[in-house]
Write a protein that binds this ligand. Sequence first.
Ligand code: ATP
Length: 362
Amino acid sequence: GAARAQGSIGAGIVLRDVVKNYGDFRAADCISLDIRPGEFITLLGPSGSGKTTLLNLIAGFQKLDSGEMHVDGAPIDHVPTHKRGFGMVFQSYALFPTMTVAQNVAFPLRMAGVDRATAERRVAETLEIMRLSEHAQKTPSQMSGGQQQRVAIARAIVRRPRIVLMDEPLSALDRRLRESIQIEIRELHRAIGSTILFVTHDQGEALTMSDRIAVMDAGRIVQIGTPVDIYRHPQNRFVASFVGESNLIEAEIVQRRGATMALRNRAGYVFEADAGHGIEVGRATVLVRPERIAIADGPGPHAMPVTVTSALFLGEVLRIEARTDSGETLLIRCMDAAGRSLPAAGERLHVSWGAADCWVLA
Ligand code: ATP
């Protein structure tokens, strides 16, 4: 069977107040981050938010202007890239075109002076983990993009590094292939136990793969948490809108009843939300995810009338856009079901959601 790590080999990474400027531009703005040994952590953010900059600082391709970086408690600021011993995977596979798959994967071992027998065993084990054994004697040009990226990953992990850095490794691949390699990388992580720092701008990818996600905006980490945390309990409007689809509803707090509060939106719909944010009175922005909105059978005291502006059949779900009577747009996703027809534009619907379906933004 495939090689299994004997215990965890992953290293912890600690960043303290890390700053990186390009001229006047601050690409990393006082970033502090604690990555646990063996953790799969994803940097997620829009283009230009500083993900690659942070990865390059950890890799040693760039020098920090100030702050500290430690790996397993030891400072690494002055350790050159090749001595850090991290595995790296990039969007472009960067394989050696004239070498076979086996030679590509063996390359880091050769550079490290590992003896031939050990190297051969290591390469065979790694090819097996990445399901590449049957392709060992091919050259990169004889393989698909997805296979080439798996070779690049195999090459990055063949020395069982304590840390593997991956910068958008799947963004050149089509969606189906991306999804299957996402699962492979997760399994790989479990098998080898390295700490993996993964960069993506794809929120679905981050949610699927990560133990924790660090959401970046303008050179800062704006929130860090498990995928469930980040999706259900975003700390601000940016995270709420960047991760998943969101309805951000402006509402007035009408009353507080123990653990829940009653709110009224601009259309006059009164609904409850789980409280606990310390917001007592005044206005609030409430996140309601599109899949948490229910379509009622008809008018009722707890249903809000809306007018459909568009409806799409997406297979397992219907995606409906509607307008409230005060002009707010609501996005609704509901499962396709027998007897449920696709509403027409202009049609009136009645929608509702419960206290547990809301998240009041701080
Ligand atoms: P993307 O998803 O587009 O790769 P990113 O989140 O990885 O974006 P970075 O590549 O870290 O972002 O870039 C952060 C900011 O720093 C960007 O505004 C970029 O233009 C700027 N930047 C990056 N490298 C340099 C450089 N060598 N010189 C000047 N500015 C740079």
